[in-house]
Design a binder for this molecule. Sequence first.
Ligand SMILES: [Fe+2]
Length: 436
Amino acid sequence: MSFSCERRDKPFRTSSRTSLSLTMWSVKSTVRAGRFACRQISVEAGNVVFGRSGKQFHPMWLRERCVGPASVQQETLQAFRQPHDFPADLGIVSAQVSPLSDSGVAPRTLTVGFTDGHVSVFDADALNNEADDFAACGIQQSDIKCPDVFMWDKSTGSDVPRLSYLDVASGQPEVLLKLTTHLLRYGHVIVEGVPSRDGEVAAFARVVSGYPSVRPTNWGPVFNVRSYPDAALKDLSYTAEKLSPHVDNPYRNPNPGFQFLHVLENECASGESLAVDGFMAAEQLRLESPAFFKTLCQTDVRWENDGGDRSTALIHFAPMLEVDKSTGKLTQIRYSPKSGGYCPALSMEEADTFFQARRRFAELLHAESNTVRFQMVKGDLWIFNNLRLLHGRGEFNPNEGFRHLQGSYVDADAVTSAFFRAKYALKASSDSDSDA
Ligand SMILES: [Fe+2]
């Protein structure tokens, strides 16, 4: 994103990832008082640098974005230095924006001289873009924007996105991009026609994620959901009982990110699956009662599991709702009464607020207006974000026939990295086509 840096007594070139080559000029003599714009970056008297939205750029914020050969390894753009290697009082002695080219389309740069003698040249657009959208613009990869989240309820989410197994198995980046975009935008997708083979779910998860292994649990790389226990390990899921909406494994740290659930056999007409968008329900709660939302974000409750055979304890202390500190957007839902979520001994007033909030959130999660129901058939493989979606099923009658689902997990970043891998592959292909 930024171009280059060297000490100012040396010529310099841009990073290997850019095609721009610049000739060094004296920055000291060109620093001017007053404001002048470069793609809306401005420099005030005293070399105070502002972005287009009016944010002042801290000297260290600028410096850690320098990708010159003295600052970062040129292939990876990974930093050489530690934070304490820089002067604690690092400042700016000069700051200059480049003039417009004759064509008016050349990249425009901000050149900054620092108090330790280092000079950096930055892409003004890249600085502004990152300052305005921290989550979308990176240093080591410039495009790190994920699809926008679309929250849904029964009226807007009843058509669960679907893809065919043969398309996904082809490994084409277009299909992988579509699949991962669905997962990141809507939180789930059903892949139809997946071969009903034991362990296929883990193999499929490895293909989608590009990771050589899935996230194992104490059940192993896959778990089986049927009306009788898996070996000696016990869980409410492994019965014919109805399962209210819940997330899996909130007692683990970190929680498994995406679940892959494959129907190997289903001869039962009963036992319809259900999905609830936890983000939507949490936003409804936030709108209704900011105080309720806040207490569910701030109270670390205790999630528990005994390993399925009482041989161990899986314990995690974490809130029911998590939000991104900078944006306030929801990042994770934890809700599973069978896994505890025990509240600490708060004051009477705090506990009262917490229990009222939890009760109301549970009502919203169970509201029919928030629930999407569908029947999964043999060969369906449902992939869903376990940090966002709650899943469940109706009670089923095992006398109707055999019902066997097999599941596996991958971490959340396995899906986001698959999304970027597909996106970058398509862009590289498009770039090479236009070069030809
Ligand atoms: Fe579950």
